[in-house]
Design a protein around this ligand. Structure first.
Ligand SMILES: C[S@@+](CC[C@H](N)C(=O)[O-])C[C@H]1O[C@@H](n2cnc3c(N)ncnc32)[C@H](O)[C@@H]1O
Length: 336
């Protein structure tokens, strides 16, 4: 099945990355990862690269520069991961994404026969169980390498007939898709990579337009993110100003350089309810999930009094149990 590109700059970027990794096929997966990290200035990069590694790093650096010039800097890192995954045939990303809540909800509100667009799908980890249930699925992602790998996985699992389309685009390309094109849109583990809550809102509005019946998506929570600041599990250092920035803007500070993270967007449960309503959807269930790694942390007590007040509202409000969870999953139907 051919990949349909919704963005010509992304097509070029993914081709350049695929060529770079396939030109380095004698490297092990570990060496390829080290080259990726070198390009992102992360530890673990190859210290004394041999010729092939040096060449791969050079090609990836050129692709990164071109991606930035095309306005694709935000997706570059994931496109590299996808290209490496396609070159090696391996990607073992298996986040806890409350998958059973997603599939049970869609089975109830959008029973088969039905179509589902999996946005920022990766290799289809969240939608393949639906395909196995008889749903027709389409995968949308900015990393073409993941889409290629998904086709192979679908073949292996006997699900090729259920895979209707492979669309390569960024969230900014969603307006190219028609209204009510799918019964449901799914977007898991991804939308918070958008660098502002406003961009998340725009993306959710698009999902709501493209789906005729239901959307399901998750975000990172403000309090969950603050509670993890500075811990080994967090991409972000602790500081009261970082906590304040998250509380007031919903945007994290830049991540630790060694994790190669850009900023990401966070929401309180109340803000998420508001967002869903604004997109013309009805929130049927809001699920908090993810491990609360930081129960014993003293981070909240280290905040100055004024910030503690904001935090206390989240800790004690009606949504306290949800707000404490690292991630919030919104299960929505179209408002009539
Ligand atoms: C953590 S993975 C989640 C994949 C899949 N939904 C899952 O749960 O297994 C994040 C995915 O988001 C995609 N992604 C990140 N930013 C994106 C953007 N701006 N537009 C489209 N896809 C994006 C990445 O390529 C990657 O496949």
């Amino acid at each position: 099945m051919q990949i349909e590109y919704l963005n010509s700059g992304l097509e070029e970027l993914n081709r350049e990355l695929a060529a770079a990794f396939s030109g380095a096929c004698e490297l092990s997966a570990e060496q390829m990862s080290a080259c990726r990290w070198a390009v992102l200035d992360m530890p673990g990069a190859a210290d004394a690269p041999d010729g092939v590694q040096q060449e791969l790093i050079g090609r990836l650096e050129a692709a990164r520069q071109a991606a930035r010039e095309r306005g694709l800097g935000q997706v570059f890192g994931w496109c590299m991961v996808g290209a490496q995954a396609a070159a090696t045939g391996q990607w073992d990303h298996q986040d806890d994404c409350a998958l059973s809540a997603v599939t049970n909800f869609l089975r109830e509100v959008v029973p088969t026969p039905a179509s589902v667009l999996d946005v920022a799908a990766g290799t289809g980890h969240c939608s393949f169980p639906l395909a196995a249930d008889g749903y027709n699925i389409a995968l949308f992602d900015s990393a073409a390498g993941f889409l290629e790998l998904a086709v192979k996985d679908a073949d292996r699992q006997g699900l090729a007939d259920r895979l209707d389309a492979l669309l390569c685009g960024t969230f900014a390309d969603l307006p190219a898709l028609p209204d009510d094109a799918y019964d449901a849109c799914l977007c898991i583990g991804s939308i918070f990579y958008l660098p502002s809550p406003h961009q998340v809102e725009q993306a959710v509005t698009q999902l709501a337009r493209i789906a005729s019946k239901s959307i399901v998506f998750d975000v990172t929570s403000k309090l969950g993110t603050i509670r993890q600041l500075g811990t080994d599990d967090s991409d972000f250092d602790f500081s009261p100003s970082a906590a304040e920035e998250i509380l007031s803007t919903g945007i994290t500070p830049p991540g630790k350089p060694e994790h190669g993270r850009e900023v990401y967007s966070c929401f309180s449960a109340a803000e998420l309810r508001h967002l869903v309503e604004g997109a013309g959807m009805k929130l049927q269930q809001l699920v908090g999930y993810g491990s609360t790694a930081n129960e014993t942390s003293d981070i909240l007590t280290r905040l100055p009094p004024q910030q503690r007040t904001h935090i206390d509202q989240l800790l004690t409000g009606d949504d306290a149990a949800l707000d404490r969870a690292p991630n919030l999953l919104a299960l929505c139907t179209k408002a009539k």
